[in-house]
Design a protein around this ligand. Structure first.
Ligand code: LLP
Length: 431
């Protein structure tokens, strides 16, 4: 987080609280969110895209307080399940400012969205169009819809999180013609108010060229739709996926740089097609909630093993792992780690920070230099851990999920409390 640093005693401090004092109050492990940093980033995106709209992607991390922060900072909110929708509404998000995603929304989820009056439903399949029409007939309403398209852009990121190439489950293909067919069908439906189109090319992307190519291809599709129907669509959403710095080699563009590049291209293309510039929007998740988050763990055991050729490796095991951050195991995602409760003594030793789960792949940070004397009871902080950590957490090995706390001006507040054994046992009627 922007407000995290190492104080004169060598302790990690976040927004006026030392890591040790946070753990003393909240227990370990714990996810910490620097509230000012979160809000500042939300505002940075909003301001950089002024005149456009910004929808925070709730899948990256959502609870009612975060929904309130997002509403207070003037952003919209993207949800992709009935659960996220419920949290957004409980958090006081205006339904008209909610966008609803999902490649396989259930009838109940669609009904919940329509009944709440969400501002946009991003439609992903022909079956979904049919379901929406049936529901709108039943509820006597009209759905505000965007058509999710795949642009064929090859985003340079991990295969599991790239979403614009042809051979994957999301959206209607532009190349194959399915996108235009779905748009024309929606346009003619009495139950659908077709607002525009939506593209999301993938996640943790640093090469801004991918977004620019997506903008060109979606605007061309808008022009084709205009040719076919005479109608100019109002909205174009370019999705999220803006990369953040997990390790120092990662160098993301700033929101202002991204916005400037996209504005130029969108204006230029629209001039070329003789179309007005649509109401543009984007959906950053990670870029808002990732950097302000820090995961803090406690070291339990340390062991050094022989790895052959006279080499050894030190394993530093902490009290969490793949259940609170699946990203290293799932995407080979890289993080850094630092000793958080003191400066440490002795030279840096190449270490592997691992969890407590029953799997060899339960690694949080593959290679990190930590002081020689790291031992049981020490705290380890993993920065930039605010996105897709708690939101993808599991109860693997029946490990309760850690709490999420916000810190601001030295003051802690609980966003999500720690799960207890009773929470877990409550699901088991035999317990
Ligand atoms: N909009 C749509 C339609 C999306 O599918 C996503 C992410 C976003 C926005 C936000 O992307 P962001 O700006 O946060 O990168 N769990 C993975 C990434 C998969 C995200 C899927 N959709 C991870 O931990 O990296």
């Amino acid at each position: 987080s922007k407000n995290a640093f190492r104080n004169a005693d060598g302790e990690v401090e976040i927004a006026g609280r030392t890591a040790a004092s946070i753990v003393a109050e909240m227990g370990s492990p714990v996810y910490v969110i620097d509230e000012d940093d979160f809000r500042t980033r939300a505002r940075e995106w909003r301001d950089a895209f002024a005149g456009w709209d910004v929808f925070y992607a709730g899948k990256s991390f959502l609870c009612t307080t975060v929904a309130r922060w997002i509403a207070e900072e003037g952003l919209g909110l993207d949800v992709c399940s009935g659960g996220e929708l419920a949290v957004a509404l409980r958090g006081g998000m205006t339904p008209a400012r909610i966008g609803m995603h999902g490649n396989n929304k259930s009838v109940d989820e669609l009904r919940a969205g329509l009944s709440a009056g969400v501002g946009r439903i991003i439609v992903d399949s022909s079956h979904e169009i049919t379901r929406l029409e049936q529901l709108c007939a039943e509820l006597g309403t009209v759905a505000e819809v965007m058509i999710r398209v795949t642009t064929g852009v090859e985003a340079h990121t991990h295969e599991y999180i790239a979403t614009a190439h042809e051979d994957q489950k999301f959206g209607f293909s532009i190349n194959g013609g399915a996108a235009l067919v779905a748009m024309v069908r929606s346009h003619h439906s009495p139950y659908i108010d077709l607002k525009g189109i939506h593209s999301h090319i993938g996640s943790q992307i640093f090469d801004t060229n991918g977004f620019e190519v997506a903008a060109r291809r979606t605007l061309k599709l808008m022009a084709q739709f205009h040719e076919a129907t005479g109608v100019t669509l109002a909205d174009l959403d370019l999705g999220g996926g803006f990369g953040i710095s997990y390790i120092k080699e990662d160098t993301p563009a700033t929101p202002a740089e991204l916005a400037a590049g996209l504005r130029l291209i969108v204006e230029h293309e629209c001039r070329g097609f003789g179309l007005p510039v649509p109401r543009m929007s984007i959906e950053p998740g990670r870029a808002i909630c990732g950097p302000p988050g820090t995961a803090i763990y406690t070291v339990g055991t340390v062991k050094t093993v022989d790895i052959g050729s006279g080499q050894s490796r030190r394993y530093v095991a902490v009290d969490g792992g793949m259940s609170d951050n699946i990203r290293p195991a799932l995407y080979a995602a890289e993080y850094s780690a630092t000793l958080a409760n003191r400066a440490g003594e002795g030279g840096p030793v190449l270490s592997r920070v691992v969890g407590k789960h029953c799997e060899g792949g339960d690694i949080l940070v593959r290679d990190e230099f930590l002081p020689d004397d790291v031992g049981p009871g020490d705290l380890i902080a993993v920065p930039a851990a605010g996105a897709y950590s708690r939101s993808m957490a599991s109860n693997y090995n029946h490990v309760p999920r850690p709490p999420v706390v916000a810190v601001r001006d030295g003051h802690l507040s609980t966003l999500l409390r720690r799960e207890t054994m009773d929470d877990l046992l409550a699901l088991d009627p035999g317990a």
